[in-house]
Design a protein around this ligand. Structure first.
Ligand code: HAM
Length: 445
């Protein structure tokens, strides 16, 4: 994988020492090995807020009748390239790909939709009741330039309704996305909405777009000049200042829809209105993946200015199944970014009490590992329990137990162990009573 844009701040052997302690291996100084650039750990404390977002996702998905599916993190490279489109950033510049030991071309999934549509056919879900309503929560991989809210491994809550042509499903998945964001406390949202037509009406529209932009070509930035003939739709969502003045006069897809697309476009908006879901029409919203047809949408924090990344986004993809060599199957869905959503939840002061590692901490005072393990085992029939095996003073163990946030400590010394009793201490009130080991479950439940 080329690293042209990437001076590795953390890794790499040639880098200068950064002041951290060096380990010696075979007499040679070694830098501590850090995580790969653009990926991150989610610590147990951070996981608390992630759990809230994941539980909300599952709850909302189930409320709307969506069932969980898991698909592999690795897929045939061709599936991704044909699915999201070979010319897209996700399938070209940003794709993590490799040849496996059997010589197969593999990609780490950059998104979930293509894999889920593959699985829909592989497991006969196309033969069951339609549409198949499915959701997935898991990591995706894109070799994007890392920055806040944009990572090389990131997590999506992905929702798909496959096998249903009705635009009512477009409104439904928009409602699911919104319900999830509201459920995690993000009420202040802006929904942007557009239609990009279908195979019937879009080609003629794209020609109009090319005709409009061709005389302006020299005034566009380099990438847009290249896009003009290949993928003119992307000219509309270009953010480079020099390309902005021309957008206003560009023809709009909504003025060139075929009858079917027009009807779908009307229905989606009517259903959103009926559901009380506000939206802004954005004629420049076209999305970065090739498989979209008709409805496309993105949710932003209401306060966000134009450059901010979307919290959740999606649309209809009626041509995707055929693109990956399957019979036609219409579909619509979205994916929400868990990294961005949890970051915003944290920024907005969402209070999450992170769970203690264990409710009970067993503190042997002395060399009593086997006895402590036994006490913990007894306790675990009713409460989570951990043992402090460290060879340190009881005082130090009490301080550590406090930091862990355990509700009770079970303390005993050699004499007490001989009598099979312990001091059961309520960490909040400080109250302490002597109890027999066998009584612990009754006392703690
Ligand atoms: P997407 O817009 O590429 O669409 O990604 C969906 C969401 O994933 C984004 O709105 C964002 O919240 C999050 N996301 C994307 N890239 C990153 C990144 N590098 N770091 C952190 N978060 C990121 C799709 O993936 C489509 N498969 C959505 C879809 C499902 N369309 C139909 N069905």
């Amino acid at each position: 994988m080329p690293e042209s844009d990437d001076p590795e701040p953390n890794g790499g052997g040639s880098q200068k020492p950064d002041g951290t302690k060096k380990h010696k291996t075979g007499g040679k100084p070694r830098e501590p090995i850090k995580a790969v650039r653009g990926v991150r750990d989610i610590t147990p404390d951070e996981r608390a807020i992630w759990r809230v977002a994941e539980h909300a996702a599952k709850r909302v998905a189930h409320r709307y009748g969506y069932r969980e599916i898991e698909t592999p993190l690795i897929e045939p490279r061709e599936l991704i390239e044909r699915g999201v489109g070979e010319g897209t950033d996700a399938a070209s510049k940003e794709l993590y790909r490799f040849e496996d030991r059997g010589g197969r071309e593999i990609a780490l999934r950059p998104e979930a939709t293509a894999g889920i549509v593959r699985a829909y056919f592989d497991h006969g879900l196309n033969q069951g009741p339609q549409p198949a309503r499915l959701y997935l929560i898991g990591p995706m991989f894109r070799y994007d330039r890392p920055q806040k809210g944009r990572y090389r491994q990131f997590f999506q809550f992905d929702v798909e309704a496959i096998g249903g042509p009705s635009a009512a499903l477009d409104a439904e998945v928009i409602e699911v996305a919104r319900a999830w964001l509201v459920d995690v406390g993000l009420n202040d949202l802006r929904l942007e909405l557009n239609t990009i037509g279908d195979q019937k009406c879009r080609p003629a529209y794209l020609e109009l777009l090319r005709k409009y932009y061709r005389p302006l070509k020299s005034q566009l930035h380099k990438e847009c000049q290249e896009r003009l003939e290949v993928n003119p739709l992307r000219l509309l969502d270009c953010k480079v200042p020099q390309c902005q003045p021309f957008k206003d006069g560009a023809p709009r897809m909504t003025d060139h829809l075929c009858d079917e697309c027009e009807a779908a476009w009307t229905l989606v908006r009517r259903l959103l209105d009926a559901a009380g879901i506000g939206y802004q029409l954005n004629p420049y919203l076209v999305r970065g993946l090739d498989y979209y047809t008709r409805t496309v949408f993105e949710f932003y924090p209401a306060s966000a200015s134009g450059q901010q990344d979307a919290l959740a986004s999606g649309g209809r993809y009626d041509g995707l199944a055929a693109d990956i060599g399957q019979p036609d199957a219409p579909g619509v869905g979205f994916a929400g970014g868990l990294d961005r959503v949890t970051e915003l939840m944290t920024a907005e002061g969402e209070e999450v009490v992170s769970e203690p590692a264990a409710e009970v901490i067993v503190l042997p005072d002395g060399d009593l590992a086997a006895e402590a393990a036994e006490v913990a085992r007894v306790t675990r029939s009713v409460r989570s329990a951990a043992v402090d095996y460290e060879p340190r003073s009881l005082r130090a163990k009490m301080r550590a137990a406090d930091r862990l946030g355990a509700r009770w400590a079970v303390i005993f010394n050699k004499d007490e162990a001989a009598r099979r009793v312990a001091q059961l201490k309520d960490m909040a009130s400080g109250e302490q009573v002597e109890v027999g080991w066998d009584e612990l479950p009754a006392r703690l439940s």
